[in-house]
Design a binder for this molecule. Structure first.
Ligand code: NAD
Length: 461
């Protein structure tokens, strides 16, 4: 729905809300670790009391069954982690190395803006929010306008469970986000595509606001000649077709050793048919593509792929229903758009290679991806691949699992973004590490750092 106010009016309105939040921040309310714990506990309560509703709205937005809500509700693990560790994370750390007392005190940055995309609407707001709260910040959340059911529910539940003076939700699309970005924030945490990421960064630059960019890209999978094909194919199939491939760390394309190409394709086609039926329509869990524009985009990618469609294909696409079948493409043209753009859909290009160096060269020609996956039983090949290819995170003989634990960071590099979160990494991202030196004034410690100059006296060499 188009806003009734102009961008200028929205900017002013949000500016007033932000000013009120800044006053609350200045009052010191969020400095209290007890208050932070209480807010985090309220987030858990929100999930406990509304998980049915949350799952239903996600299914309404994205298709599939209520199971679709599981990765969303899994954001609660980030809240649990913060609650379990907040006393330790917030502690002032004493540092050795100087005659005076040195310490580093993690402090909140202030009022932060969290902008989320449509594909995992709850998790991508609540997980960074948990980090922001743990670090003592106040936050404004901006869900995606492409979630017509989830966005209003987020806007309803957040102020109901969290301190409404400190946490707000602003719904809307480009005009609202533009107006939010016209204001000065103390940190902006953006998840979405890189084109909008640049818009966000340009706006942040005007105010010297630090940003976290959680972007995407073409995450490649390498399957070498030693890979165990049964488990390899099952893991790739699960990750490629879960949420119709609309996950930032989903495998984008597969490079397979030529000796395994035929077996790989045969197994993947069988997994697609067993899981989703001959035409891909027999599994309600499959979900749907977020809107007609994205279904049309995928149709074009398949039509122009320049390879052989061995399963699925554009003929089965029902754009108005958001249905794109699981599709496997053998040997697409490397110049085709499908090998240039992030696919973000259930379409899997498969490219054979003869030696590892060739495969690594193909990947290196692309921008740095958010994830890189290697399936191999050769630790030499694995190390070679991990060393040659830069990526945000990586999985060896697995897909997605680098994103799950709170004990390792999640974030991109290069075109896939920068900054990181999850667990302590998220706490640090939303904190300012304030260095403090306490100096004694006792007898014997009465000097200055250097002797004060006296008029007319030469300074020591
Ligand atoms: P989207 O279209 O919902 O946009 C993301 C956010 O940006 C929304 O809140 C939207 O309102 C806002 N926005 C859109 N256009 C804008 C503009 N011109 N100015 C200001 N704000 C604007 O989602 P999307 O970008 O299509 O999401 C998919 C992308 O996100 C993919 O590239 C995917 O890889 C990436 N992604 C990354 C992660 C991660 O954690 N790194 C997670 C999920 C998705």
């Amino acid at each position: 729905m188009a806003p009734t106010q102009s961008v200028e009016e929205l900017t002013e309105d949000y500016g007033k809300q932000l000013a009120a939040m800044r006053q609350t921040f200045a009052s010191g309310r969020s400095r209290s670790v007890e208050w932070r714990k209480q807010q985090l506990s309220q987030l858990l309560k929100m999930y406990e009391e509304n998980h049915e509703l949350i799952s239903n709205t996600i299914a309404a937005d994205m298709g599939g069954t209520k199971m679709r809500g599981m990765p969303e509700i899994a954001a609660a693990q980030g809240v649990d982690e913060a609650l379990a560790n907040i006393d330790c994370w917030t502690r002032e750390r004493w540092v050795e190395g100087w005659i005076h007392r040195l310490c580093v005190r993690p402090e909140p940055k202030g009022v932060v803006l969290i902008i989320a995309p449509w594909n995992v609407p709850w998790q991508l707001l609540v997980r960074p929010l948990a980090s922001a709260i743990a670090a003592g910040n106040l936050a404004v959340l901006k869900p995606s306008e492409l979630n017509p059911q989830s966005s209003p529910l987020i806007a309803k539940l957040i102020p109901q469970y969290l301190d409404p003076d400190c946490f707000r939700v602003i719904e809307g699309a480009v005009p609202e986000t533009t107006a939010l970005l016209n204001n000065r924030w103390d940190h902006i945490f953006y998840t979405g595509n890189a084109a909008v990421g640049r818009v966000v960064m340009a706006a942040a630059a005007k105010h010297l606001t630090p940003v976290t960019m959680e972007l995407g890209g073409k995450s490649p999978v390498l399957v070498d000649e030693t890979a165990k094909m049964d488990v390899t194919c099952r893991r790739i199939a699960f990750a490629k077709w879960m949420l119709c491939g609309q996950i930032c760390v989903a495998p984008d394309y597969v490079l397979v050793h030529r000796s395994k190409e035929a077996e790989f394709i045969e197994r993947m086609v069988k997994l697609a048919k067993d899981g989703y039926g001959e035409d891909g329509t027999q599994q309600a869990d499959f979900g749907r593509i977020v809107n007609e524009r994205h279904a049309e985009r995928l149709e074009k990618l398949i039509k122009t792929c320049g390879g052989e469609v061995v399963h699925g294909g554009f003929e089965g696409i029902q754009k108005s229903e958001g249905f794109v079948p699981p599709t496997i493409i053998k040997q697409p043209s490397m110049d085709a758009p499908i090998m240039k753009e992030e696919i973000f859909g259930p379409v899997l290009p498969v490219i054979p290679y003869d030696n590892l160096e060739d495969a690594l060269e193909i990947i290196k020609k692309q921008e740095i991806p958010l994830a890189f996956y290697v399936f191999s039983e050769s630790s030499r090949n694995v190390e070679k691949a991990l060393t040659a290819i830069q990526s945000g995170g990586a999985g060896v003989n697995t897909v997605f699992e680098q994103v799950v634990p709170e004990s390792i960071p999640f974030g991109g590099l290069g075109e896939s973004g920068f900054g990181m979160y999850h667990g302590k990494y998220g706490f640090d991202e939303f904190s300012h590490q304030r260095a403090i030196v306490r100096k004694s004034t006792l007898p014997g410690f009465q000097g200055t750092l250097f002797p004060l100059p006296k008029a007319g006296e030469a300074l020591p060499e």
